[in-house]
Design a protein around this ligand. Structure first.
Ligand code: FAD
Ligand code: SIN
Length: 526
């Protein structure tokens, strides 16, 4: 089957949905999501969305905080652009029905998180993401120009390569004509042709066995663009959130928002010692890279499986009112956070790198945009400031939409694309090959490419990943495609990129810490 459209949007988180709503006024949109529209990283966001709203906050302070967290690798002009454009995009979210908490005077109730020098995080209780996701999904489902394909999995982007031409990463004229998409209801791979395509497939947390990310976060967009010969960058900067709930076996790990530390909660060892001030004068509210590393270190020294987040000194009613979902979740495990410390551990949370894009979200492949967590814009540098990702996603969705609306006037659909060739493929005999390799990849990445790295660990990880890569490619060539097989292949691809970029960075910076080069001072080669 062949489908044709003006705008092809792959992914239904905040980036894909808000882009779709904007471009739908100017042409036909096809929106693809690998499960339901409702499922995304966005849905699980707790803390909120960072933007300057009231004095004494101002753009300079938000810019400075973002640059400090990014440890010298943010692009200043991008930081200035996102910070100054975020308030207008947040107004747009409010127009689409997103309801942020207000105080009794009718002013927005602003939260605070690690690395922020002011209260500036707009939120809805501790389920901001769910409120954003539901409001946008409602609008998208109502829009007559948006055709929705749920349970559809984008497999690969279509470029000149599919017309038999050589495509190289160094080429400037590579073009994207759409995507091959697996219909998970029929196991058929169909061809979606589009004037422009947006990749908004979110993060890669499932590369690690402990992650806050839902199952959908398997790095598909990054892997697709890498295979299509687009440029990927900054992959060594995987952010570990310092505080996910320690509840072995639960996947994904339940997040304990940083806003709780912004509210006054304090990190302690199991023995009840406050430890963060040993590492940073900002204590429990230091930027994430510093806090996650400190927790990792304390756990290694003590041999404990977790540390504690203590809220017991805070007003119990205010706590319950502000964080009702965390209260409920902890209570279900017999932890009353108004009386008991909450056991927490770091978990893989956010990919700061990704598909390299310019100010308008254009990737290095023509007619292909990327927005949201899948992209690398220059905003986050070596470490993302908390709650900056939702703001980045809406600002870039807006910029990409404006650019794409003008671009479609000058491009035509490429029609002579061959359909997907499944000739000679069969269903894999044993799915355990796929599920076992998936787990092995997670173990390799967790054991050797986590919060603290070394040359020895990275080399060992690469050797092991290469074995799994070869096995999986052999299987892929002869198999009828399944979601699990494609995701495994994508994770291996993304793991490889993280490893190669981590090996090329001979220093410790932001989220990349290696015991072989513990100091800052860039030698980067990839
Ligand atoms: P996502 O929201 O992840 O959406 C990706 C979409 O792409 C999904 O619909 C998925 O199904 C689809 N998809 C993926 N691959 C394919 C494929 N191959 N084919 C078809 N569809 C595909 N950030 C903040 O700024 N503030 C917060 O408070 C905050 N809290 C967070 C809490 C948690 C628990 C988590 C996990 C993240 C949090 N983040 C927060 C980060 C933030 O939520 C994400 O970075 C952001 O939501 C990403 O949005 P997105 O639109 O780029 O992607
Ligand atoms: C949180 O609420 O702690 C997550 C915020 C973020 O990842 O930006």
């Amino acid at each position: 089957m062949i489908k044709e459209t003006d705008f092809l949007v792959i992914g239904s988180g905040i980036a894909g949905l808000s882009f779709a709503l904007k471009v739908a006024e100017h042409g036909k949109v096809i929106l693809i999501s690998k499960t339901t529209l409702e499922e995304s990283n966005t849905k699980y966001a707790q803390g909120g969305i960072a933007a300057v709203t009231y004095e004494p906050d101002n753009f300079e302070k938000h810019i400075e905080d973002t640059l400090i967290a990014g440890d010298g690798l943010c692009k200043r002009e991008i930081v200035e652009m996102v910070v100054s454009e975020a308030p207008a995009q947040i107004k747009q979210l409010i127009k689409w029905g997103v309801n942020f908490d207000q105080n009794e005077k009718g002013k927005y109730d602003l939260g605070r998180e690690g690395g922020h020098s002011e209260y500036r995080v707009l939120h809805h209780k501790d389920n901001t993401g769910e409120v954003i996701q539901n409001s946008l999904v409602r609008k998208v489902r109502e829009h007559k120009n948006i055709e929705i394909f749920e349970n559809h999995f984008a497999v690969d982007l279509i470029t000149q390569h599919h017309l038999g031409k050589l495509v190289k990463r160094s080429h400037k004229d590579t073009e994207c004509y759409g995507a091959y998409v697996l219909d998970l209801n029929t196991d058929q791979v169909n061809t979606y042709l589009s004037k422009v395509t947006l990749i908004a497939t979110g993060g890669t947390g499932n590369l690690y066995d402990t992650t806050t990310n839902p199952k959908i976060a398997t790095g598909d967009g990054i892997a697709m663009v890498y295979r299509a010969k687009g440029i990927i960058e900054n992959m060594e900067f995987m952010q570990f959130h310092p505080t996910s709930l320690y509840n072995p076996g639960e996947k994904p790990s339940f997040l304990i928002t940083e806003a709780l530390r912004g509210f006054g909660a304090i990190l302690k060892t199991i023995d009840g010692e406050k430890f963060m001030n040993k590492y940073d004068k900002r204590g429990s509210l230091a930027p994430r890279d510093i806090v996650a590393r400190a927790i990792d270190y304390e756990m290694k020294i003590s041999g404990d499986d977790h540390v504690h987040l203590d809220c017991t000194h805070l007003d119990p009613e205010k706590l319950k009112n502000h964080f009702p979902n965390i209260y409920k979740k902890c209570l279900s495990l017999n932890i009353d956070f108004t009386k008991d410390p909450v056991p927490v551990i770091p978990a893989a949370h956010y990919m700061c790198g990704g598909i390299k894009v310019d100010k308008n979200g254009c990737s290095t492949i023509n007619r292909l945009y990327a927005a949201g967590e899948v992209s690398s814009t220059g905003l986050h540098g070596a470490n993302r400031l908390a709650s900056n990702s939702l703001s980045e996603a809406v600002v870039y969705a807006d910029r990409a939409a404006k650019d794409a609306i003008t671009k479609i006037k000058d491009v035509e659909l490429k029609k002579e694309i061959p359909e997907w060739n499944a000739h000679g493929t069969t269903y894999p005999e044993e799915m355990v090959m796929i599920t076992q390799n998936y787990k092995e990849v997670q173990q390799i990445m967790s054991n050797y490419v986590g919060i603290v790295r070394s040359n020895l660990r990275l080399d060992r990880a690469l050797r092991r990943l290469e074995i799994i890569y070869k096995e999986t490619e052999r299987l892929y060539e002869k198999s009828i495609l399944s979601q699990k097989l494609c995701e495994l292949r994508n994770l291996i691809n993304v793991g490889y990129l993280i490893l190669k970029m981590a090996q090329g960075l001979h220093e410790s910076r932001g989220l990349h810490y290696t015991i072989d080069y513990p100091k800052k001072g860039t030698i980067s080669e990839f």
